[in-house]
Ligand binder design. Structure first.
Ligand code: NDP
Length: 688
């Protein structure tokens, strides 16, 4: 199947709430496999300053008025809607040269990333509009002056400039954390494959799920856009190091200290461990992984394996195994079932890759695949941007430069030998900073040496072995929860990484003041803030509960019988609870002490309200610390304070975090922790 030929459409930009064509017909974008025109792209006449202002003024306030949970729910609804339309995107994706597998990485990988952010945002962020960062810093002896770091959304627009190879994933992996942070986006896809991004943005706009202006799109050149960025905007860039450096040094970016995240060329290395010779599962996994990384998306992946580092003794067997495997790669039209690898994104890109192969030949010889003699199983080799997978070999990698410097952005990798593991690590580091590296080994010592050796040069390191073979997500897959980005040559940026990626679009501020006012700012109770006493707080539903509602319990004295009963009942007869002489010999204790868990259990006995009521469940504790030993005869008392309330969207309950402090008769804190409960929104429940 080929992508059906059609009348090329004129792409439009989506700015200031309007779909806007460029003033000129623009540049023709060609189908990667057939060379037929797919679309025309032009952005002449677009008012970029107005687009930025629209995002800041129209969408920003609306996004910031929503809580993290509201935004997470918005992303979930959007992700689900897009998943329901995926076949339309797959059909359009064929024009880019992507096979179904390639399209899956881009389309479902992108939507899946958005859904992951939605679910992580819901689970890992509070239902507030500001985040607290770290603990309260007490700044005065009497507790009247303290500080709390907070994170609040930038009040500008995030400009996302993307590469041609992932027209969907590249957009969604960036807009998901940005929107979750509460910041509007302006996306500029690479021209070559912008028709797929434009189609998805049209469908997103039609859902009406995002506030007006939250997602704008520029199809074509961004003109003077960067002249108008301010200190509240952010710019992210994926593409060539050359363009990245140019944009990063744009006068307005420098003058306004605009956050600039760059993800550029990366000569990712994969190392075969010395233990992983032919016949081992790791050798087979390595061959499979290298071949997969070379052929998925025709090697047009920023994370693809460019440098294959193997023990000299196994190099020949490795080259033979790879030659055999790559030789079976059916090259052809992306929609044909038999096709294993589609064309590159464009003829220009193929010319570019061929030129880079020539550069690499300064150091390396071609050992598999002919870049000039293309054989296809379907389609027309003369019209499409087809290229065979090309494996190269560099025998003296320490004397070479091109193999460590030149990125051939296609199905091209270079094998290079090492003599000991230190050499393997040194070769990986010659990439001068990469997105990802991997090592295939079943030897813990090799795993340790390689990971500790290469980690400072990489954003991600994968260890492949037989135990994770079935479940591993592989060398080349960035994941929503993990950092994507790398130091040095890879651009120095970090994307995703779960909630780390969200915080990138927020400003961290140290707020100083009295506890009462700090608590008002963060919506979180802190030591020294106002406390309220009326009925037992466990009798209050979320509709009635306030931050600062507090309970001071009755007291309870700990006896030797309590400790011995607990020890025999639970089986925890650790000597510090049972043997006075042994406890005294312990540097931390003067005598036998009560179990920490006995203290926590008695604390619960003191603070619970036993009758059926709005508190539905206790789902754990956070940050439990036992701070002072409890001896027989000590008297305990609990102070329980409502610290944070998170009503759950689309549910009849929410989460309440309680500050729980247990003190002894001298006022010393013996235990401190957060108790986590589920509490009904209404009590008694409103009849359905
Ligand atoms: P470019 O750096 O040329 O383009 C990347 C993005 O920047 C595109 O959206 C492009 O838009 C835009 N751009 C280019 N010039 C400007 C400018 N002056 N102002 C604002 N935006 C600009 O990279 P390509 O996508 O053409 O890829 C070239 C090479 O980059 C590849 O061969 C590969 O080596 C590397 N690359 C690396 C990737 C990675 O993640 N490591 C990913 C993709 C590519 P437009 O398309 O309209 O010119």
């Amino acid at each position: 199947m080929t992508a059906p030929a059609r009348t090329p459409r004129r792409l439009e930009s989506f700015v200031c709430g309007q779909w806007t064509p460029g003033a000129r017909e623009g540049q023709a974008l060609l189908d990667a496999a057939t060379g037929d025109p797919v679309a025309f792209i032009d952005s002449t006449g677009i008012d970029f300053a107005a687009a930025l202002a629209y995002g800041r003024e129209v969408a920003g306030p609306r996004l910031r008025a929503m809580s993290f949970h509201d935004r997470a729910a918005m992303l979930k609804a959007l992700g689900m809607a897009l998943m329901g339309m995926k076949e339309e995107f797959y059909a359009e994706s064929l024009h880019t040269g992507a096979t179904r597998t390639d399209g899956w990485v881009d389309i479902e990988g992108g939507i899946g990333t958005m859904l992951s952010f939605a679910s992580k945002g819901r689970r890992e962020l509070p239902n507030t509009r500001v985040l607290v960062d770290g603990e309260v810093e007490v700044l005065s002896k009497d507790g009247s002056f303290a500080a709390q770091h907070i994170l609040s959304p930038l009040q500008g627009v995030a400009v996302h400039i993307n590469a041609f190879n992932f027209p969907i994933w590249g957009m969604l992996e960036k807009i998901a954390p940005t929107l979750l942070a509460g910041v509007p986006c302006l996306v500029k896809p690479a021209s070559q494959t912008a028709y797929l991004t434009e189609l998805m943005v049209r469908r997103i706009a039609e859902t009406g799920i995002l506030p007006d202006g939250a997602l704008q799109l520029i199809c074509g050149s961004v003109g003077d856009l960067l002249d108008h960025v301010t200190e509240q905007d952010a710019v992210t860039f994926t593409g060539s190091a050359w363009t990245g450096r140019k944009l990063k040094s744009h006068p307005a970016v420098i003058a306004n200290s605009v956050r600039f995240t760059m993800e550029a060329d990366s000569l990712n290395a994969s190392i075969l461990g010395p233990d992983a010779g032919p016949g081992t599962p790791e050798f087979d996994l390595f061959v499979k992984e290298v071949a997969r990384e070379m052929t998925v998306k025709a090697g047009q992946k920023c994370t693809a394996i460019r440098r294959v580092i193997a023990p000299r003794a196994h190099v020949q067997a490795l080259v033979e195994a790879l030659r055999d495997r790559l030789g079976k790669t059916a090259l052809g039209l992306p929609g044909e079932e038999a096709t294993r690898m589609g064309p590159l994104a464009s003829l220009d890109q193929r010319d570019e890759v061929r030129a880079r192969i020539k550069d690499l030949q300064a150091d390396a010889e071609i050992v598999a695949g002919n870049p000039d003699d293309v054989r296809v199983t379907s389609g027309d080799a003369a019209k499409g941007a087809f290229l065979n997978p090309v494996l190269m070999y560099c025998d003296k990698p320490f004397a070479a430069t091109a193999v460590h410097d030149v990125e051939a952005f296609g199905p091209v990798s270079t094998v290079m030998p090492y003599d000991d593991i230190e050499e393997a690590v040194a070769l990986a580091k010659r990439g001068k900073g990469s997105l990802v590296s991997s090592v295939f080994t079943d030897d813990p010592k090799v795993a340790e040496s390689v990971v500790l050796g290469v980690a400072p040069f990489h954003g991600r390191v994968l260890i492949g072995n037989r135990a994770s073979a079935k479940s591993s997500t592989g060398h080349g897959s960035p994941l929503a929860g993990l950092i994507h980005g790398g130091p040095g040559r890879a651009g120095g940026g970090e994307e995703m990484g779960g909630m780390r990626g969200v915080k990138h679009y927020m400003q961290r501020t140290a707020v100083q003041g009295s506890p009462r006012l700090l608590s008002a700012v963060t919506g979180r109770w802190i030591e020294g803030a106002d406390a309220f006493y009326d009925i037992h707080p466990f009798r209050k539903s979320l509709a009635e509960l306030r931050i600062g509602d507090q309970l001071i319990t009755a007291k309870r004295t700990i006896t030797q019988e309590d400790v011995e009963h607990f020890a025999h009942f639970t089986g925890d007869t650790f000597y510090a609870h049972m043997d006075s002489a042994a406890a005294k010999a312990n540097p931390f204790f003067d005598d036998r002490v009560a179990h920490g868990y006995l203290i926590a259990s008695f604390a619960a006995g003191l603070f619970v309200e036993p009758n059926p009521g709005p508190v539905l469940a206790n789902y754990g504790v956070d940050n439990l610390r036992f701070l002072t030993p409890v001896y027989f005869g000590d008297t305990l008392q609990v102070r329980l304070t409502c610290k944070e309330i998170n009503p759950r969207a689309n549910a009849e309950h929410g989460e309440v975090r309680w500050d729980c402090q247990v003190t002894n008769q001298n006022g010393a804190v013996v235990a401190q922790y957060d108790v986590l409960t589920m509490v009904a929104k209404e009590w008694p429940p409103v009849a359905a």
